[in-house]
Ligand binder design. Structure first.
Ligand code: H79
Length: 444
């Protein structure tokens, strides 16, 4: 049974338009977190901040007053938008999500509605404009990240406890709307908005306002893609409304985590945004703990693709505008793999086959080609593939390479003999199936 909602989901099931099909086909994206938090880089007055670098302002050791004046030092002379865009292209990213404004409120574009922007920093230039142009020139679609939380705006509140709070927050809502319309007007090539910081009680109460604002934003750029993290319904339900239906175009709750199986996604589009260390988005000069390797990241990406999701890898450039060496190396390693194997990623999704031990099946939505990306190479050098009744294995080949020997082990079950020796590179195979059941040996 379902309840009537004024501000619930606007649609049941996936979007079917070309703009959303384009989004679905990306496979791999890049996230960029850049702002004045890159200047302290996780340290203040010799002390180490163990939290996420972009949250340093919330640290008791960081005087707010001093943080809010850091923009006077924002002068990234090493920033080269085209170099970032080229690197993203080399990595194989098809879209980029850029922080226009994080929770601290500092705007990387020269907003008319506040003086807390890059225009008032020594750098002066429009960072979002430069990045939008550079990424577009590389053929990479641009999405804008926008934090509803804004620690700099006088009207911002996390919760509304008094009439004065409510009055102040009205000013903040107007400001938020103005900034969003300004962004879409200034950067009309923008394909979508990635909202964050929408969990505040104050914002969750604004279902009617946020709903009408979302409609207004969509009217400005046809096909605009907005995820489930923007608005709540009138009962305060986020991501999924009171009837359990997805709000927005795709599920936006997979932050630094990946679903275990496709059933969990309920048929919805989704993205996974991932950090290279455990939890650092903005630049932290001193990464501690596990730093993911390129093969770990590739496995996460293909796992997402196999479950119909996009994988978005985060980069946090430093205060001078440089991308750190660890990130540059990973981008190159991922790009090297993508050069040979990206056909198993782009426009590839769920192959309709059960998950198997060696890795992931993906299927190209247009050609129907089925790929196997092998992350767990069996010690016998043979990949065991089980097929459902009614499907037979016809051929398996390496990408642009040899056809591989297969052996039917039993009904609907095969070994594929790998040729290349075990190494640390996940290999991709392409498989052709035909209708009909395998002959097999009848079980006694
Ligand atoms: O920009 C990066 C992070 O800075 C930002 N999102 C990524 C993309 C981020 N900020 N916070 N978080 C992610 C996690 C926030 C968790 C909490 Fe809460 C906010 C804990 C308490 C308030 C949301 C609401 C989760 C639990 C309650």
């Amino acid at each position: 049974s379902s309840v009537t909602l004024q501000h619930g989901a606007h649609r049941l099931g996936r979007r079917t338009d070309p703009a959303m099909a384009r989004w679905r086909a990306y496979g791999l994206g890049q996230f960029l977190h850049w702002g004045v938090y890159a200047i302290p880089g996780g340290h203040w007055k010799g002390k180490y901040y163990a939290g996420a670098a972009e949250w340093i302002r919330s640290w008791p050791e960081m005087p707010k007053e001093e943080y809010d004046n850091l923009y006077k030092q924002f002068n990234p002379t090493g920033f080269d938008a085209r170099a970032w865009a080229r690197q993203a292209k080399e990595m194989g990213a098809r879209y980029v999500i850029i922080t226009t404004k994080h929770h601290d409120g500092f705007c990387l574009w020269p907003s008319k509605y506040t003086s807390y922007t890059v225009a008032h920093s020594p750098y002066q230039k429009d960072v979002i404009g430069a990045l939008t142009d550079a990424y577009k020139a590389e053929g990479i679609d641009v999405y804008l990240y926008f934090s509803i939380i804004d620690w700099n705006h006088p009207g911002y509140r996390a919760s509304l406890n008094t009439p004065a709070d409510r009055q102040a927050y009205e000013g903040f809502k107007t400001f938020t709307r103005n900034q969003l319309l300004e962004l879409l007007e200034r950067y009309p090539a923008c394909k979508g908005l990635w909202f964050d910081g929408t969990w505040d009680k104050a914002w969750v109460e604004q279902a009617a306002f946020a709903d009408s604002l979302e409609t207004e934003l969509r009217s400005k750029i046809p096909g605009l893609v907005i995820g489930s993290r923007f608005r709540a319904d009138e009962n305060g339900k986020r991501h999924f409304d009171s009837n359990g239906d997805l709000i927005g175009d795709y599920e936006q709750g997979w932050e630094r985590k990946i679903p275990d199986n496709i059933q969990q996604l309920n048929g919805n589009d989704w993205d996974c945004v991932m950090t290279i260390p455990e939890n650092q988005w903005g630049y932290h000069s001193d990464w501690k703990g596990h730093v993911k390797t390129s093969t770990e990241l590739l496995e996460m990406m293909v796992k997402c693709n196999a479950m119909e999701g996009n994988f978005v890898l985060n980069f946090g450039p430093d205060g001078n505008g440089k991308i750190r060496e660890e990130e540059t190396r990973l981008a190159r390693e991922i790009g090297d793999w993508m050069k040979t194997n990206s056909e198993a990623v782009y426009n590839c999704g769920y192959a309709g086959l059960e998950k198997q031990d060696w890795g992931y099946f993906t299927r190209n939505r247009q050609t129907g080609k089925i790929y196997l990306t092998i992350f767990n190479r069996p010690v016998n050098g043979k990949v065991r593939v089980r097929l459902p009744a009614g499907r037979q294995l016809r051929t398996v080949r390496e990408l642009k390479g040899a056809t591989l020997k297969t052996e039917e082990i039993r009904k609907q079950e095969y070994f594929i003999e790998l040729k290349i020796p075990a190494g640390n590179i996940p290999q991709v195979l392409e498989m052709e199936l035909s209708e009909g059941s395998s002959s097999g040996k009848e079980e006694e």
